[in-house]
Design a protein. Structure first.
Length: 135
C-alpha cells in the first residue's frame, strides 16, 4: 500500500514507529476500564430498571479526561521518564482500588484513591515544568 510507505519514509522529529510506551499503554488500560465500568452500570440499570444504577460516573470520566491529555502531552514532547511511569502506575492502581471500594462502608477508601489519582495527574502535568523547564 503506497500511501503508508510514503508517510513511513518521512522522518519526523521525536517520532518512533510502532513504539508504545508504558504511559500510553496505561492510558489505554484506563480508557478501557472506564468504558467497561460504564457498560457494566448500563447493563445493571437495564436488569434492575433503576435510574440510579444508570447515573453517569463523573469522577471516573473526569479522571480519564484529565489523565489523557497529560500523557499525550508528555508523549508528544518525548518527556517520559521514571517519574512519569510511576505516576501513571499510581493513577491506574488508584482507579482500580476506587472501583473495588464501591460501597457505603468504604467511602474513606474512595476518597483516598480519588486524592491519590489527582496527585498522580498533577505530577504528570508538572513534569515538563519542574524537570525540564518547559511549558
Amino acid at each position: 500500500f503506497p500511501y503508508t510507505t510514503l508517510f513511513r519514509s518521512i522522518p519526523l522529529p521525536g517520532y518512533r514507529l510502532n513504539r508504545m510506551t508504558s504511559e500510553l499503554s496505561i492510558l489505554g488500560i484506563v480508557g478501557l476500564l472506564v468504558t467497561l465500568t460504564v457498560a457494566a452500570r448500563s447493563l445493571t440499570a437495564l436488569a434492575t430498571r433503576t435510574p440510579e444504577a444508570a447515573a453517569p460516573l463523573p469522577g471516573d470520566l473526569v479522571a480519564l479526561l484529565l489523565f489523557a491529555p497529560a500523557v499525550l502531552i508528555l508523549g508528544l514532547r518525548d518527556l517520559f521518564d521514571g517519574t512519569t511511569i510511576l505516576a501513571a502506575q499510581a493513577f491506574l492502581g488508584a482507579r482500580l482500588l476506587h472501583l473495588v471500594a464501591i460501597g457505603p462502608r468504604l467511602r474513606w477508601l474512595r476518597g483516598l484513591t480519588g486524592g491519590l489519582s489527582s496527585l498522580a495527574i498533577l505530577w504528570l502535568y508538572l513534569v515538563p515544568i519542574l524537570l525540564h523547564g518547559d511549558l
